[in-house]
Design a protein around this ligand. Sequence first.
Ligand SMILES: Nc1ncnc2c1ncn2[C@@H]1O[C@H](COP(=O)(O)OP(=O)(O)O)[C@@H](O)[C@H]1O
Ligand SMILES: [Mg+2]
Length: 385
Amino acid sequence: MSAPARILLKEETLDPSFLPPRLVHRETELALLTKRFREGLSKGLPFHCLVTGGVGSGKTALVRRLGADLERVGRLHDLPLRVAYVNCWRRASDRTVMLDLLRLVKVSLPDRGYSLSEMLDVFEQGIRRSPQHLVILLDEAAALVKGETKLVYLLSRSREVELGSISLVLVAAEDLFPYLDAPSRSSFGVTHRIALAPYDRAALVDILEERARLALRPGSFDREVLDQIARVAAPNGDARFALEILDGAAHVAEEAGTDTIVAEHVRRAKGSLLPTVSESHLEALSVNQLGVLLAISRSLKRRGAAVPSQKLRATHAALVEELGAPPMSRTTFWRTLKELERDGLVSLETGASGESSQVGMDELPASLLTTLLEERTGGARARKP
Ligand SMILES: Nc1ncnc2c1ncn2[C@@H]1O[C@H](COP(=O)(O)OP(=O)(O)O)[C@@H](O)[C@H]1O
Ligand SMILES: [Mg+2]
């Protein structure tokens, strides 16, 4: 018997980091943004804008696509245009964002407690060395803007503060306009804001189909299966979740030794992405609990494995630092673990020494936990309307 044909031919195109060449159902938004940028740039002016929309509504894909398109053809008079993308979720302070921007203009500064204004001086020198119009995309900017940012103001007033020529794009799940300081607001008037509606089921089918054609073997899927996936993801209009199920279903089908994806594979994939835990249960989890769960999920390399609690605590501490959150005390860490055990989300087994426990968890995928944490810490709309 010959082995069944593979299904996942180019799995990398299903990865969230893959930038699709075409954004179906966002053509209007992309064209509008491109037009406004071009108009601004042709007059020698930077253009700033604020892009909002729920999780998986295509914000990141849209602004990265815009950036790539502009970088290819855009110029500001005789200045070449360069795009700098920074995800601020884990860098919710001016200084950490600035460190990334410095790297992008190819000046490196050791992270040794330089002040923001010192960093800005170095940044300015970097831009002056190779003059360019910089389009700065600040993704997941909610925490940054809601914090005490001066950077947003400075970047949107780059000319006045002599920082060179900069266009600023802010991306967030919620409308950040109310959180901007008065002078920054004037840079983000109504024609500088774009809100992405959640995708409906039909749009999700088209997005899935486009991507399935890139990633999967022709003939390994049909529209019916894609529609089934779209139905699952439609309540949140979340394309990221839809693509995750597609990827999962393709894996289940391959593991089952078949060469086409069928409804049962989709159900199984959905089941492992949204496990025994109900959505309302997940919604009820606190940020502390989600953080600990995410640390567990990162520590467990395979299903059914467990991690020693001390090791977990170190992973968790690193995660908390990454998120820029205050450190968690040992007591709170333990109390959170116990709460999760009581809720049946993790298992705790005390070792012989009585000191270090083994912490186990059934699969709550890191991707789902990350999304939930993002929603919670970014203050995005809840998963359920
Ligand atoms: N209109 C679209 N066409 C094709 N793929 C899309 C579209 N919108 C979103 N995606 C894909 O869905 C996933 C989630 O989109 P993303 O831009 O990360 O959402 P957000 O940033 O709003 O959470 C990504 O893999 C992205 O490439
Ligand atoms: Mg995003």
